[in-house]
Design a protein around this ligand. Structure first.
Ligand SMILES: NC(=O)c1ccc[n+]([C@@H]2O[C@H](COP(=O)([O-])OP(=O)(O)OC[C@H]3O[C@@H](n4cnc5c(N)ncnc54)[C@H](OP(=O)(O)O)[C@@H]3O)[C@@H](O)[C@H]2O)c1
Length: 450
């Protein structure tokens, strides 16, 4: 497996590819012409078809994320092969990279849970898709590649007029937001809610869905740097500062508390959120962003996040007329047979888009090669809305080697650095080929949110 610099796909790649011949078919023709020996030689010579993919070479920091050449996926029964045109970056990709997600695959593996593109091939038994269909897919990992084979139950047709980038920006965030707001949260006219990470992908989707109902008060909590843009955006009723005493700010406007708290942070926010509920209020936990405290996983943060949560008895809920809930799309879809339910939610979300009631807020678009920078932006809490990836986009030019030291033997220093870098990359490649990996956090996410 060789690392490559991430050359963008040729312009012609934009079109749906001509149906490809099965490799086995090629081999049979040759055998007839040249005999068994020549065919065997040919088989040895023929390299497997390769594609670019964003590979996690080991759990940890941004350096473990690389664009590599990987064999093209083979299609299984009931699967759809998607030629990817756009991908979604989600917070759980940061957690997966760190190994702070429950049951991650062994490294190396291809990252990503969300992509949109065209159907390049359909597997046996797939009847609802054909080659050329425009689709969006939520595979369990492997989405950030030029091609991905996905079980058809996780693939959804894209409405006419919706771009691939918008499909990748909408699908995951609005499924989650729709379920939180309408299915679990019971948002209706006159209700109020506290929304954490209000400027992020899911946050902006929740805010927009709340705007489809009259007279809903949204207290959005976000980093100070986003307040001006969020206030101007107008989808939040009140914009409150993350890390500040937002609970007191809420009480000033709503002394009795709120009807709903949507918490994706966990840790001490669970208790604050519960205490902000008015009678008949609901608290829903749907994330554990607080376990991410740096570029790499911190077991201390995981433990702290778990330990800080008050364990609430059903008797207390009964006495106070309050409810507590939780939601995990990944578990629902891949472990709890929730795919048909999710399919229904996707239809409702796409209907709202067709009616012009929702429009994804896209923060920025990045080339596959620039995923580490895109992830860094999310770590730095600077995204407003969704970060998307475009496999056909040119990577950003990397800054030239600093001029420092050029005058005195600078070239020599640069060469040495280059050689060291090559050596480091070779080691990474070797590790990747050997399938080496760091130990993942065992059920860290599960523990943090239980
Ligand atoms: N349950 C589910 O099925 C499900 C599915 C998708 C997403 N989620 C959860 O929903 C939340 C939002 O996900 P998303 O994909 O839309 O991402 P996102 O909100 O766009 O994530 C980035 C934002 O999260 C906030 N944040 C909170 N803690 C952070 C931390 N430790 N490090 C960096 N940023 C942090 C920052 O905004 P501020 O600084 O402004 O707060 C940052 O800008 C995440 O917790 C995610 O795990 C859950």
């Amino acid at each position: 497996m060789s690392e490559q610099d991430g050359k963008p796909a040729a312009a012609g790649d934009d079109k749906a590819p001509a149906p490809e011949k099965e490799p086995s078919q090629d081999k049979e023709e040759k055998t007839a012409e040249d005999g068994d020996a020549a065919a065997a030689d040919k088989k040895e010579e023929e390299p497997p078809k390769e594609m670019r993919a964003v590979v996690l070479t080991g759990f940890g920091g941004l350096k473990s994320v690389k664009v590599l050449k990987k064999p093209e996926p083979t299609l299984g029964e009931g699967e759809v092969l998607v030629r990817v045109r756009a991908c979604g970056l989600n917070f759980q990709d940061l957690m997966a990279r760190q190994g702070a997600i429950d049951s991650p695959p062994k490294t190396p593996f291809i990252l990503g849970f969300e992509c949109a593109g065209e159907v390049a091939e359909v597997g046996e038994g797939v009847e609802n898709f054909k080659v050329g269909d425009r689709v969006v897919a939520l595979p369990e990992y492997r989405a950030w590649a030029e091609l991905v084979a996905v079980p058809a139950k996780y693939v959804y047709p894209i409405p006419d007029g919706m771009s691939f980038l918008d499909a990748a920006a909408i699908t995951m965030n609005y499924i989650v937001a729709y379920i939180l707001v309408f299915e679990l949260g019971g948002v209706a006219s006159g209700k109020s809610l506290v929304l954490h990470s209000a400027g992020g992908g899911v946050g902006q989707a929740v805010a927009q869905l709340c705007r489809t109902v009259d007279d809903v008060t949204v207290f959005g909590v976000a980093s100070k740097g986003k307040h001006e843009a969020l206030t101007a955006g107008g989808s939040l009723t009140h914009v409150l500062e993350r890390g500040g005493d937002y609970a007191s700010e809420v009480r000033k406007v709503a002394p009795e508390g709120v009807d709903l708290v949507l918490d994706c942070l966990c840790g001490e926010e669970c208790n604050r959120g519960y205490n902000l509920l008015k009678p008949m209020g609901r608290y829903i936990l749907y994330g554990s962003s607080n376990v991410v405290t740096g570029e790499t996983r911190s077991l201390l943060s995981v433990a702290k996040s778990w330990w800080q949560v008050d364990k609430v008895s059903p008797i207390k809920l009964f006495e106070e007329s309050k409810s507590i809930g939780g939601f995990n799309l990944r578990h629902l879809m891949y472990q709890q047979n929730g795919a048909p339910y999710v399919q229904g939610i996707v239809s409702k979300v796409f209907d709202l888009w067709k009616e012009g009631k929702i429009k994804p807020v896209v923060d920025s678009t990045w080339a596959l090669e620039d995923v580490p920078e895109a992830m860094q932006k999310m770590h730095d809490r600077k995204n407003i809305g969704k970060i998307v990836l475009d496999p056909n986009m040119e990577p950003k030019p990397k800054p030239a080697t600093p001029a420092k030291g050029k005058a005195k033997g600078g070239d020599k220093d640069d060469k040495k650095k280059e050689e060291e870098k090559k050596e480091e990359d070779k080691k990474e490649e070797k590790k990747e080929e050997n399938g080496e990996q760091a130990a993942p956090a065992e059920n860290a996410e599960k523990e943090a949110s239980s």
